[in-house]
Design a protein around this ligand. Structure first.
Ligand SMILES: [Zn+2]
Length: 554
């Protein structure tokens, strides 16, 4: 068998592993590259395999950096099944169309710019329709249930405790009578975090692929961070300010609602009628994506930690409380800031680089009595990063806004295991794996964690680079190289296939034009023909791009 590392290598995005056996080719995850422009550009590189040749995908969870390129894979010819948990499948049904919409909007914005410079238009990587269509390929499977894909390949999903539905993948591949077991961690969650179960320990594996997002760091204790969070809120409300919380739509928004609901459900019950101020306090979840995700959380109680469900008197109150308003429509969203009541607003995107949070920042950043609480990672170049870095005047939606509000960054809410928790998970193995591949971390995090694993557990570690491929025989690595080593042939093949497709489309279009006649005045007909000509231009651009890649020998 061959295993290729095609993303999240010395990076925290673009997770994708290609596994090739004698009879099958499949992927574990197919995620989006995110972050700085040079990394985002990797999404526009052709896949290093032919999408139509991929038999199936096993998906660890619904974060875009793990599933975001599945619609693109589908658009380019993949029609196999995508195995994941039921919750992941439901979350992908909102996350992927949302990503499709962002792709469409980004392409439109870029094309507006190109219109002025006379450059050629670009196509979105995929659109909402591609994202919706690819959902038909998804198949929900339960945790801890061994699935036999065929007589030689089986897998089992184990709860990773990172976000709802997240899983680590145990994979068994049998070749020449020998079975080799791989363990892919996906993203590992934290121990004893509310409502999610602890990551499930796996006892055995020949090879392990483990994430290292926080491989060299330790989080501040969760409860301590929650305490600080409420003290900031209380202080802000006392001085008459509002609290704005930028939060990722998946998991972080629900973490915050969970904590708020616990705190205020208890507090509000104990209030005397005199304490009107707190009674009038309003909470808003103002992000259509976070609202949709929260509803999916509420419908998937089977994945919640039982101890947290037991303490809840009424299951309908899960991730909900009396004063919480979910503002789905743009109209309701705009009314939030017109209200004179004190308010706490949770909105997305978590890094403030788009979405409704920008309106709230524009409304509140300049008010010295308000507080902005960041509860997640802020990547370089994002508006969130600029705010936590202390910039005093910022361009928000084409207007300059002074920063006078109090700014806080609480990173202890993270849903990624830290160094100690990653090590605890790995320690669960009863055998010594032949190799632990360290992935999904910035260079220092992966290196720091690999060193620790060698020192404390005595396991061999390796930090692969993107494209690195390992060839195994009789469970041992016999050689390693780059996937691109043999790719020239593959790319030339692809160019020929594309040129033939273009040829077919051209002749079809020509014959239709001849049939309808050039003097046909039906406007809708010419509109459709124009669209198809544009589509062909896109196809030709793709071939040109592939040829250029080959010339460069990439
Ligand atoms: Zn994740």
């Amino acid at each position: 068998m061959k295993v290729s590392f095609l993303g999240a290598n010395r990076l925290v995005s673009g997770s994708c592993y290609l596994i090739q056996t004698k009879y099958k080719k499949f992927l574990i995850d197919c995620g989006f590259f995110r972050g700085e422009e040079s990394i985002v550009r990797l999404n526009y590189q052709p896949f290093s395999f032919r999408p139509e040749e991929i038999d199936f995908v096993i998906l660890t969870h619904a974060h875009i950096d793990h599933c975001g390129r599945i619609p693109q894979l589908f658009k380019e010819g993949f029609h196999g099944q995508v195995y994941c948990t039921k919750s992941t499948m439901e979350l992908c049904a909102v996350m992927l169309p949302d990503s499709g919409q962002i792709q469409e909007e980004d392409a439109e914005e870029e094309n507006q710019r190109r219109l002025r410079t006379g450059e050629r238009f670009i196509e979105p990587l995929y659109d909402i329709e591609d994202a919706l269509d690819c959902l038909l390929l998804f198949r929900g499977v339960p945790y801890q249930y061994k699935i036999n894909v065929d007589e030689n390949i089986s897998f089992r999903l184990q709860d990773a405790g990172h976000v709802l539905g997240s899983a680590a993948v145990e994979l068994w591949v049998t070749e020449d009578g020998q079975t080799c077991k791989w363990l892919f961690s996906g993203d590992i969650g934290r121990k004893n975090k509310p409502f999610l179960k602890n990551p499930q320990i796996v006892k055995e594996a020949d090879y392990v692929v483990i994430e290292s997002t926080y491989g060299a760091r330790k989080h501040r204790p969760y409860r301590q961070e929650v305490k600080k969070f409420f003290s900031i809120i209380d202080k802000t409300l006392k001085r008459g300010g509002d609290v704005i919380i930028p939060a990722f739509a998946l998991q972080r928004a629900q973490d915050i609602i969970y904590e708020l609901s616990h705190y205020y459900n208890v507090q509000l019950k104990q209030l005397s009628n005199k304490d009107k101020k707190l009674k009038k306090l309003r909470f808003y979840l103002d992000s259509p994506l976070a609202i949709a995700a929260t509803k999916i959380y509420r419908n998937n109680l089977q994945d919640f930690a039982q101890k947290d469900l037991r303490i809840m008197e009424n299951k309908n109150q899960l991730l909900d409380f009396q004063s919480l308003r979910m503002t789905s429509t743009a109209k309701a969203s705009k009314q939030i800031n017109r209200s004179k009541r004190s308010k706490i607003i949770i909105s997305a995107s978590g890094m403030c680089d788009g979405g409704r949070i920008q309106y709230h920042l524009k409304e509140h950043l300049w008010k010295k009595e308000s507080s902005i609480i960041f509860v997640g990672y802020q990547a370089e170049g994002t508006l969130g990063k600029k705010i936590i870095s202390g910039e005093k005047c910022l361009d928000i939606m084409d207007e300059m806004v002074d920063v006078r509000a109090e700014i806080y960054h609480l990173d202890g809410f993270s849903s990624h295991a830290d160094q100690t928790e990653l090590l605890w998970w790995l320690k669960g193995l009863r055998n010594k794996p032949k190799m632990v591949f360290v992935v999904h971390g910035e260079k220092e995090e992966s290196e720091g964690f690999a060193e620790l694993v060698e020192q404390q557990l005595g396991f061999n570690t390796y930090i692969p680079v993107m494209g690195e491929t390992f060839y195994l025989k009789d469970k041992e690595i016999v050689t390693q190289g780059m996937i691109k080593d043999g790719s020239k042939e593959l790319q030339l093949d692809e160019i020929l296939i594309d040129l033939n497709k273009i040829k077919q489309k051209f002749s079809l279009l020509l014959s239709e034009i001849e049939l309808y006649g050039l003097d046909n005045e039906q406007e809708s007909l010419w509109y459709k023909i124009k669209q198809r000509v544009e589509e062909l231009q896109g196809d030709i651009r793709k071939v040109k791009y592939l040829i250029k890649e080959n010339e460069l020998g990439v």
